[in-house]
Design a protein around this ligand. Structure first.
Ligand SMILES: [Zn+2]
Length: 247
């Protein structure tokens, strides 16, 4: 009786945890199987040549086996397609890492979303090194796309209460966990948003065009990070933190 299943798949390494120098467990996002858990032994085996390959944000082709009674795939062979992490650029690497970390926060994605999620992450990781400044705004835009795929969109164009177009004086509603206009604000528990953050939020869907001209201070970074993650925490009913960003 054959108790194992063999397969080959492409994907991106999300998070590697090493044990005793020669064994590692890691999460791997694939377009066909979603996020899977993999185990690899023989990291120091010079014939297998795994150690530089099984690394965060590497785009790989893996040969895997899966025992019938386990959810964990064992790695037989690994081939590097490309190293997506831009380790020479700290700002870029930080927001790339945050993107990878974000994908580990949900245990099970819907099968219909696997391919879109994989494509989103691959495009994001490949695009970020081309950005010279304000990488954080591209991270925010990535979050918006991620929410959209998950079916928990945050509308940046219209008030979540009256549907009026958002232009100025916008608030974050703690009732809706979404943006609202100043007319609707008195009926809600609200968090105020500083003026430049309001402008940034409204511009997010098309922010790539003006990325070099933006000026974003530390307070605004913190404010928008917290606001966008609050939307996710509320939607998933659990506190989402991102160590890569210290939040
Ligand atoms: Zn309104």
């Amino acid at each position: 009786m054959n108790n194992t299943r063999d397969m080959t798949c492409e994907g991106i390494v999300l998070r590697v945890i090493k044990y005793k120098n020669h064994h590692a467990m890691f999460r791997f996002i694939t377009p066909d199987n979603g996020v899977i858990q993999c185990s690899v032994t023989g990291l120091n085996n010079s014939k297998k040549n795994f150690s530089g390959v099984i690394s965060n944000l590497n785009y790989l082709n893996l040969e895997l086996t899966k025992p019938a009674n386990s959810e964990i795939y064992n790695v037989k062979n690994a081939h590097l397609i490309s190293a997506l992490a831009d380790v020479n650029n700290y700002a870029c690497f930080k927001y790339q890492s945050a993107g990878g970390e974000l994908f580990t926060k949900i245990e099970n994605y819907l099968e219909e979303d696997y391919a879109d999620l994989f494509r989103l992450l691959l495009n994001y990781l490949g695009y970020l090194p081309k950005i010279k400044t304000n990488q954080i705004a591209i991270f925010w835009r990535f979050l918006i796309h991620y929410y959209y795929i998950l079916g928990i969109p945050i509308n940046l164009q219209a008030c979540s209460e009256c549907n009026k177009k958002l232009t100025e004086s916008i608030y974050y509603s703690l009732n809706n966990h979404a943006l609202i206009c100043s007319n609707c604000a008195p009926k809600h528990q609200v968090k105020s948003i500083t003026p430049n953050s309001q402008t940034l939020l409204i511009q997010l869907p098309t922010i790539g065009r003006i990325i070099d001209d933006l000026s974003i201070n530390e307070q605004e970074k913190k404010e928008i990070n917290e606001l966008l993650l609050a939307h996710l925490s509320h939607s998933l009913h659990k506190d989402i933190t991102l160590k890569s960003l210290g939040i």
